[in-house]
Each structure stands twice: as C-alpha cells, then as structure tokens.
Write a protein that binds this ligand. Sequence first.
Ligand code: NAP
Length: 303
Amino acid sequence: MSFERVAIIGLGLLGGSIGLAVRECLPGVATTGYDADPATRARAAERGLVGQVCDDPADAVRNADLVILCVPVGAMGAAARAIAPYLTQGVLVSDVGSSKQTVAAALAEALPGVAVIPAHPVAGTERSGADAGFASLFRHRWCIITPPAGADPGQLASLSTFWEALGAEVEIMDARHHDMVLAVTSHLPHLIAYTIVGTASDLEGVTESEVIKYSAGGFRDFTRIAASDPTMWRDVFLTNKDAVLEMLQRFTEDLTALQRAIRVGDGAQLFDHFERTRAIRRSIIEEGQDDARPDFGRSDHGS
Ligand code: NAP
C-alpha cells in the first residue's frame, strides 16, 4: 500500500519541507496542510508548501490516508485531539517530533483506536517557520521510525517507503533507545550551545562587540545551534528529561576530568582526548552526514 493523500499539520520547517519534498519526489500524491498560525497558512499557500492549505484542521485530514503532525512536541496532544473526530477509516497518523516516548504516549491517548506510528527525521536547521522549508532537507539523512508494539507491518513498510521516497534512510528503533541516542547526539549539544552563548553574553570584562568580532575562534559555530527555535527546544528538554539529565551527568564527569587535566598540566590526556574526537568528526564526514567545507556546505540551500 502506498499513500495517496497526505495531510500535514504544522507548516513550519519540517511540515513545509515534507510538502515540498512530496511535490518533488512523489508528484502523484496529493497534499493538504493546516497550521494554527494564519500568517503561516498564508505564507504556506504563497510558497505552495502543500497542494491545499486549509483554514480548519478537519478539512486538512478529512480524506487523508497519512497524517503527519509537524508541530512542537508539547503541542502534539492538542494537535491530535483537534483532528481525532475527522480521521478516515484506515488512516495512519505519524509525526516528526524530536523526542519519542512522550509523544507516543500523547498520541496514543488522544487517538484511541487509530493507527499511530511515530517517526523522527534527523534533519533540520536552526531556522523555523513557513519560509524555512526546502525539498532536499531529508536527502541522505536518517529517519528513525519508532513503531509501538503491535504496529501493523504493512503500515510500517508504507511509512518507511514514504520516507525513503523523500530521500531519507530509514532506521527502526525502540522509542526509549531513540530518546537516549538523541539525548547525546542532539539534545545535549543544543543545551551546551545555549549555555555557552548565554555565558559569553553575560561576561563582565569582555564586551558584546568583542564576543561578536572574535567569534570565528569557535563561538560562531555554537551560535548557529543556539539560534534554534525556543519553543521547540523548551519542549524537547521537558519531554526527554530523564535521558537528557543522564547524558548531562556523564558530560559533567568528563568535563571535570578535562578540567583536572588542564589544572595538573596533563598534556598527554588532553592530546589523546582531542585526537579521539577528531576521528569522530572524520567518520561523520566519511559517512556523508556533514560536509568538510568551512560553511559545512550549508550555503547550497541558503540556510
Ligand atoms: P516550526 O518551524 O516552528 O513549525 C511548527 C509549526 O506548527 C508552527 O507554524 C506552529 O505555529 C505550528 N503549530 C503549533 N501548534 C500547532 C497546532 N496545535 N496545530 C497546528 N499547528 C500548530 O517547527 P519545526 O522546526 O518544523 O518543528 C516541528 C517538529 O519537528 C517539532 O516537533 C520538532 O521537535 C521536530 N523536528 C525539528 C527539527 C528541526 O531541526 N527544527 C528536526 C527534526 C524534527 P506557531 O508558530 O503559531 O506556534
């Protein structure tokens, strides 16, 4: 089974990118969309993010055989409740939320008797809103699907095929494991970036203009991550609390070890550590998950 009518709820970076990618990669598939923000709906219609932008979530999902919720994780339950009475028989509901256990529970509660298979495309930028989306966002990026126990194998296969058609590589994972892995690869790095940029801006004795002027020393790369959407990231930390706190504990211990190495002048420990981390960067580039160019190749799609 393949999907013929896809409804997208939330037309920001993720929702808009899915709409554009479907238009490019699956031209036979019809798309409808809804966003809570009227200005976003107007801009989505101008950009043609979906075939039809609806002013009511009911109209967006009424005939859809796949509904994808692309709203902040804290809004998933409300978005699901708003569409629940209007879903068709046999529809599959999925999402793109960055944390999975809490979202799975919220969707199961809001949509009793409806097939739900959550997913998380590990692809994004620091931009948000109706202007942020682009069709190639998912190309060569992983999409992690976290089917609940008892999920229909046919629907799981269809959802996998859908994401592969948009250019993604699919991995099936347990929701709990997903939350642990993403806590270290995504959530903790964002927390560190938010912290370091805040620390620099609060410093007495170093002016803000100096922080900006000399940012190419490393700070600049943290500011990109720390510019990410505040609503989205507030929700991610609140919904993946346990895994983030566990990773933060480990990080603090490792930071303390490096702090000690600096204090006692243990250059060998510092060198060994930095050599190990440099090898990880090399592996990421070799696996095509980033670009070796100084701007990480991001100017290619203007984000
Ligand atoms: P975004 O650009 O801010 O878009 C989200 C849109 O959803 C906004 O226009 C928002 O409107 C709208 N919205 C909020 N509540 C709604 C509701 N109840 N019904 C309908 N629309 C609603 O955010 P995004 O970056 O696309 O993120 C969307 C989801 O993708 C999040 O769950 C996030 O965790 C996940 N994700 C993000 C990334 C990333 O890098 N950004 C990567 C992977 C996954 P308002 O602005 O008016 O609230």
